[in-house]
Design a protein around this ligand. Structure first.
Ligand code: GLC
Length: 786
């Protein structure tokens, strides 16, 4: 087994991240989801569970505390002879151990420990297609004596809307019972309205269950009986008593504990399976779930399905480059983070979201293009359904209540045509344009018209100078005070719109929408002119102007002089001339591309500014206030690659590719196997610290800029374009990719940066676009650069 990027906390293998010391500088977690049921597991064994989303339907309790990391579904193992007990993760008992190792894999986490010559393995995973989580526990007696143990689980319940800080109120509504070796929980209240619109007049629509594969010795449904007054999970009274008190019903503070007893001969092992899950009343049967899954065979079978699912998905696209960090992240971790963490779980340890951001999960859904574009299509149609007839959209929405804020954000709506373009280039599937999709506020229309309405809405929001207005904010949510009065302008939106219009024109042509084609041509011309007239600041482009006509991101500003996005999207959109592109990207290199990636702006704001917005209220260097905001920092790779600046593109990539931060891990602090939302900028005393991991749109984008722009292999309507921009010292790379049902096995030999020859199945071709075969076969592509 090859180890990569080893540090004092752990290392990568090809299939897992292995943590060798549970005292990582921050919780290093795994976010595991099947798209419906999700769990988070930290290296300590802490975490929580939810179904649907972590805000509206939390199953187990947890309050965000990254320092203590002390909420979880815990297991206590007790030696019945010595009465000594410890937990199967370091939390909650925080005992001494002889060996401790955590393996975070794709769809599972395993905590292995040895203590007193007793080896335990606790494996967490979620069924791939059932609302059931498994905790499969294997205990091996490595002493030379026969041993007697009992094992007790411990779970606190929320059962519905979170947070439930007012526990004394919430607990009143929970009912529990023990029946046929399993615990069942109902909650007689949910915060959703009843059919007459009344509050607190409806029960939770599910039943939760907790069961175990062994005969239960005793059980507990009451927190006080288990923990004991004034104690904690580290030293529960239950561990000083022979059996649990078997209290369930309506008068408890509801927890779940199932205690089983067993003996082990020397060298004997035993596997015990605990499960937790929920069943929708009237649609699913909790007892059936318990019967089907609370046994060892089911657990083993379900686990195999999980491993198979992820392997098959990853296998659709594979890279082999000289850069191990690039390979590890691109082949598995970035895909997993974007799918399991962002699209499915919709949550991380630093941010419990639970919603779909209008622009966020649309961008995330690009991750599926080389794997299974039908998921991208599904996401596009779903977001179209969250658009109003007028063309604007919900800024985000919660997936169960299906409600969210209607804002006056200037860019949200435009992500629909932007992402649709990539879906169509990947698949050639124009038929999506004709799909009929409802609006959020009634009525329905073709998907094409949904996209068109979004664009037209933006056309109606231009300044007298011909620049799109900022409104509540643009991609940078924290620019929240720039344009509230519909006077301030966003130059970034100008670029974004320009890019979209150039691409969308082909769809208008396909729909023979003559008037709209004319309109697009007209706007393209005027927008370009206005942008170049008013957006240029001398050495770079402005980010915005405020409602009071003040410039934002200008040499005339004392802080926030230069913003990253307008420089990058000037290149990406093609809205300006070469000279300005050169100058503004030179400024990016000079002022923004620092040690840990490209800063979102510089210098950071040191005081709140009421005409800019809440980014100025973050401490200088944090998040959007002059930190490396990883999402946007990936776009720097894109822009440099378009300019064929291969060394800079790679530099901008390497600096934000997380395994590379292992070398200063005690400065970085965060998990090295997923992207962070942000890294502290130079004004922070913690310059280089990673934060807000997992729940960030940067995972998909880092994958995308790596494959589409550094490797330079990207779908177009006519086929797969080959346009590598790899560093000089790579001797080449291999890339396997599925494209419209065929598999492309691409080998690139790098003797320079320009394409010399391309061979398709042994035959030389003249173009750098490999045709789309759509034949379910494999094709060998050889590319020679010189
Ligand atoms: C957050 C938002 C995202 C936004 C970004 C920059 O990540 O979810 O939509 O673009 O911040 O402000």
């Amino acid at each position: 087994m090859k180890k990569y990027f080893e540090s004092k906390y752990g290392y990568f293998t090809d299939d897992e991240y292995v943590i060798t010391n549970p005292k990582t500088p921050k919780p290093w977690v795994n976010v595991i989801s099947n798209g419906d049921y999700s769990i988070i597991v930290s290296q300590n064994g802490s975490g929580y569970s939810w179904r649907g989303n972590g805000s509206e339907n939390r199953i187990t309790r947890s309050f965000q505390d990254l320092i203590k990391d002390n909420w979880g579904k815990y297991f206590y193992l007790r030696d019945l002879e010595t009465k000594e007990y410890w937990s199967l993760g370091l939390k909650p008992v925080m005992h001494d151990y002889d060996f401790y190792e955590v393996k975070h894999g794709f769809g599972y986490s395993i905590i292995k420990q040895v203590k007193n010559n007793i080896e335990t393995e606790l494996k967490f995973f979620v069924s791939i297609d059932n609302p059931v989580e498994f905790m499969e526990i294997k205990i091996t007696n490595k002493t030379d004596k026969k041993k007697n143990f009992d094992l007790s689980s411990y779970v606190e319940w929320v059962l519905g809307n979170f947070p439930d800080e007012h526990r004394e109120f919430h607990k009143i509504f929970v009912d529990s019972k023990f029946e046929n070796n399993a615990l069942y929980y109902d909650k007689l209240i949910s915060s959703f309205l009843d059919e007459k619109g009344r509050h607190n007049n409806k029960s939770w629509d599910q039943i939760a269950f907790h069961a175990v594969s062994e005969k239960v010795k005793s059980y507990e449904g009451d927190k006080e009986n288990f923990i004991g007054m004034y104690r904690t999970e580290a030293n529960p009274i239950a561990m000083e008593e022979d059996v649990l008190s078997q209290k369930t019903g309506r008068y408890t503070d509801p927890i779940g504990s199932l205690q089983v007893e067993f003996e082990l001969n020397p060298n004997e092992s035993k596997t015990i399976v605990y499960i937790i899950g929920t069943a929708y009343k009237g649609k699913e049967d909790p007892k059936e779930f318990v019967k089907a899954f609370a046994n060892v065979e089911a657990s083993e079978k379900e686990f195999k399905k999980v491993v198979k699912f992820w392997n098959e998905l990853f296998d659709k696209e594979h890279v082999e480059t000289p850069d191990d960090a690039f390979n590890l992240m691109t082949n598995k971790w970035l895909k997993y983070q974007a799918i399991s963490g962002r699209m499915w779980a919709k949550s991380g340890y630093y941010q419990v979201s639970g919603g779909y951001g209008y622009r966020d999960q649309l961008q995330d859904s690009l991750i599926f293009l080389p794997l299974d574009p039908s998921y991208t299509k599904k996401q596009l149609l779903l977001h179209a359904e969250h658009q109003f007839k007028e063309g604007d959209v919900l800024h985000w929405w919660l997936t169960i209540g299906n409600w969210g804020p209607r804002t006056k954000c200037s860019d949200d709506l435009l992500w629909l045509p932007f992402i649709a373009n990539y879906y169509i280039m990947e698949t050639g599937d124009y038929s999506i344009l004709d799909e009929v999709v409802p609006y959020y506020d009634g009525g329905k229309d073709t998907f094409y018209n949904h996209c068109k309405k979004a664009i037209e809405k933006v056309f109606s929001r231009f300044s007298p100078r011909g620049i799109p207005l900022m409104g509540d904010n643009d991609w940078n949510d924290g620019l929240s005070a720039v344009g509230t009065d519909w006077k301030g302008e966003s130059f970034w939106v100008a670029e974004f719109l320009y890019f979209i219009l150039k691409e969308f024109k082909k769809f208008a042509e396909y729909k023979k929408d003559k008037k709209f084609i004319e309109k697009i041509d007209d706007v393209l011309e005027n927008l370009k002119e206005a942008f170049n007239k008013y957006g240029w600041d001398g050495e770079w482009f402005l980010q915005a102007t405020t409602d009071d006509f003040e410039k934002v991101g200008s040499k005339d500003n004392e802080e926030g002089k230069i913003y990253l996005n307008p420089q990058l999207w000037a290149v990406i959109s093609g809205i300006t001339n070469e000279e300005r592109i050169k100058k503004s990207m030179y400024s990016v290199t000079k002022y923004l591309l620092k040690d840990y990636g490209a800063l979102l702006l510089a210098p950071a704001y040191t005081e709140p500014k009421t005409d800019i917005g809440y980014i100025t209220r973050y401490a200088p260097g944090l998040r959007e206030n002059g930190g490396v905001y990883t999402h946007a920092a990936t776009w720097a790779v894109w822009a440099y690659a378009l300019l064929k600046d291969n060394e800079k593109a790679y530099e901008a990539y390497k600096k934000i590719c997380p395994p590379n931060r292992v070398k200063d891990i005690d400065n970085y602090l965060a998990e090295p196997y997923v992207t962070p939302g942000n890294t502290d900028g130079p004004l922070s005393p913690y310059y280089g610290r990673g934060g807000w991991t997992w729940y960030t749109g940067s995972a998909q984008w880092l994958h995308r800029v790596g494959t589409n722009y550094i490797l330079g292999i990207r779908p177009t309507l006519d086929g797969l374009e080959i346009n590598p921009c790899v560093p000089k010292d790579w001797n080449g790379f291999k890339y396997k990719r599925t494209f419209r049902n065929s598999t492309y096995l691409i080998e690139v030999i790098n003797n320079g940066c320009n394409i010399k020859e391309i061979y398709v199945d042994g035959k030389k071709i003249d173009s750098n676009i490999i045709p789309s075969f759509e034949d379910n076969k494999e094709h060998n592509i050889k590319v020679i650069l010189n």
